[in-house]
Design a binder for this molecule. Structure first.
Ligand code: ASN
Length: 322
């Protein structure tokens, strides 16, 4: 758990007090401007905006993943075929960047039925939206530069255009435009310094500015150097708040993909399109990431629970009528 105190579960709209309505409206404006600002940045840099999908045979296995706490995976049949609700559009991004859309982003709704106890972290919701992006022939460094620029532009603009809202939320002075480049930490160094289990919670307490963490063992689609054992992937952590983005340079070598899928005991039959593309040499080298929109806006707004950033809250363990 990253939070010291347990946050209240955000209420449905019709149960808000007048003060809570004012607060919700300010967060809503931050959300609107954040979406406009980020999508403008990506479009101006030549990215194409793809619409999301909700049901697919193939979705993110989310495994192995050091953060995983999924209570239930949603899977059912349509037209005689199994489909799953989107956990992330990583597979779609790999296929799309390698064929028609070399630079793309999607505002992608992801469903991850987190264990109910995760409501306490204030950082988990069971439906969230990623700004999920991917680009061909890019390195991790390219992703860092792009994201840093996008965030700096966003925070500068919000501080300028939404002064009253940030003032109402008590964030105008506290929200600082971070210095670039952001610091980069290797996960193994953090484990040595803070311990294998605690490094994230301890590091975010120490952080004054956003920072990158690299080299995190996880899903087969992240690039792993088999010789050194090093992973070319990253998370972006926000001070006092935690992970807001994860991504990587991608694995596009057929043999390595097969080896990792087998090692992870992931169902190969769900990833045949990507496997076939890799086999034929059609899977291009790409890099990308997904920015958790509710977490980003939650950090900007200084919320106790990121479900406050949702008009219709999705806190783990809480199902509302709307
Ligand atoms: N969107 C992430 C990525 O691009 C994947 C995820 O959310 N699990 O790597």
């Amino acid at each position: 758990m990253l939070n010291q105190e347990q946050p209240e579960i955000p209420k449905p709209l019709d149960q808000l007090t007048p003060e809570e309505i004012t607060r919700k409206a300010c967060i809503g404006k931050l959300m609107t401007h954040t979406l406009k600002n980020l999508t403008d940045t990506y479009i101006n840099k030549g990215f194409q905006w793809l619409l999301p999908v909700v049901l697919s045979q193939s979705t993110d296995p989310l495994w192995p993943d050091p953060h995983l706490s999924i209570e239930k995976r949603i899977e059912f049949e349509i037209y005689g075929k199994p489909v799953r609700t989107t956990t992330s559009m990583i597979m779609h991004k790999l296929a799309a960047t390698s064929t028609v859309y070399p630079k793309l982003f999607i505002l992608s709704p992801n469903i991850r039925i987190e264990k109910a106890e995760r409501a306490k972290t204030g950082r988990h919701i069971y439906e969230f939206t990623q700004l999920d992006f991917e680009m061909v022939n890019a390195s991790s460094k390219d992703v860092f530069t792009l994201v840093e620029e996008a965030l700096i532009t966003l925070i500068k603009n919000l501080k300028q255009d939404l002064k009253p809202e940030l003032t109402t939320l008590g964030r105008l002075n506290d929200l600082k435009v971070p210095n670039t480049p952001f610091k980069i930490y290797d996960r193994t160094d953090l484990e040595t310094k803070y311990g294998v289990d605690n490094w994230e919670a301890d590091l975010i307490n120490d952080l004054k500015e956003p920072a990158w963490i690299t080299n995190i063992p996880r899903q087969f689609y992240d690039f792993e150097d088999f010789k050194t054992g090093r992973w070319d992937n990253y998370d972006l952590l926000l001070p006092q708040f935690g992970e807001v983005l994860s991504g990587s340079k991608r694995e596009n070598d057929y043999q390595k993909i097969i080896k990792k899928i087998e090692r992870d005991q992931v169902k190969k039959e769900n990833y045949m399109r990507i496997i076939e593309m890799a086999k034929d040499g059609r899977l291009k080298p790409t890099a990308g990431a997904g920015i958790g929109i509710e977490r980003l806006v939650g950090w900007i707004a200084g919320v106790k629970h990121i479900a406050e950033c949702q008009p219709f809250p999705r806190a783990p363990g809480n199902v509302n009528e709307l």
